[in-house]
Design a protein around this ligand. Structure first.
Ligand code: ADP
Ligand code: MG
Length: 241
């Protein structure tokens, strides 16, 4: 069997004696989107923060391409994990141009960086925007710059925490689809966090339904939608249209 690009084994995180993340196990293949779906407060962001390396689990292991990046003893620093991040707050650097924002995490010669930036600007349809500054861009354009920046170092894994929720609803579906296309094309394994069932249905190859820190059901979107594990899962999906 193929080694998963990203694997979470029995992750548990306690805050104040309470298991906020409890025994979470899942894996994501290259080019696959797995969605952590569940109501606010169920532990989605905490799980993502542990995978990113900005928080540490109390037990369990995170592996990238079969290699532990975080276990009880060793914790690879966030920047060395081959993981890209995208959050609701795009967090572009306001004092840097679009091109410099995208180049920020890149290494190599100036010419290498310029080539990669141009390639990404084209991929996100912002070819003429390189010299502009973030405040001159719409929310949707800023989101595309954030995506280009996250993809620039060719991460093996992309973590996305409600990345579309700050966007105008009219733009959202188009940006979701364009984002998916780029991530699929790059073969990136994606762990996407959302509390919106319709976003999960639209974007996920696999959904891990979370409640109170645990994954209560896992499977293909339509299997979960058509065959929810219990009443609470059914109720959670009932507002999908
Ligand atoms: P979600 O992203 O699903 O909305 P979170 O992972 O942000 O949920 O939070 C899960 C639970 O853990 C919440 O009850 C939250 O208050 C708690 N929590 C998160 N971070 C901390 C922290 N640093 N200290 C104490 N409690 C925390
Ligand atoms: Mg959250």
């Amino acid at each position: 069997m193929q080694v998963p690009r990203l694997e979470l084994r029995n992750l548990t995180r306690r805050f104040g004696g309470r298991n906020v993340v409890e025994d979470v196990t899942l894996s994501v293949a290259p080019g696959q989107v797995t969605c952590l779906l569940g109501p606010s407060g169920c532990g989605k962001s905490t799980t993502l923060r542990i995978v990113a390396g900005v928080d540490r689990q109390d037990s369990g292991v995170v592996l990238v391409d079969g290699v532990p990046v975080s276990d009880g003893r060793h914790h690879t620093p966030p920047e060395a994990r081959g993981i890209g991040l995208m959050f609701q707050d795009f967090a572009l650097f306001p004092h840097l141009s679009v091109a410099d924002n995208i180049a920020f995490g890149l290494t190599g010669t100036k010419a290498d960086k310029a080539r990669r930036v141009a390639e990404l600007l084209e991929r996100v349809n912002l070819l003429t925007f390189g010299e502009k500054y973030p405040h001159e861009l719409s929310g949707g354009e800023q989101q595309r710059v954030a995506l280009a920046r996250a993809l620039a170092p060719r991460p093996r894994v992309m973590l996305m925490d409600e990345p579309f929720s700050g966007l105008d609803e009219r733009l959202r579906d188009g940006i979701r689809d364009a984002t998916l296309d780029l991530l699929k094309e790059a073969g990136t394994a994606v762990l996407l966090v959302t509390h919106e069932p319709d976003e999960a249905m639209r974007m996920a190859d696999e959904i891990a339904l979370m409640r109170a820190g645990r994954v209560v059901q896992q499977g293909a979107p339509y299997n979960i939608y058509n065959n929810p594990a219990d009443l609470a899962a059914a109720a959670f999906f009932s507002d999908v249209n």
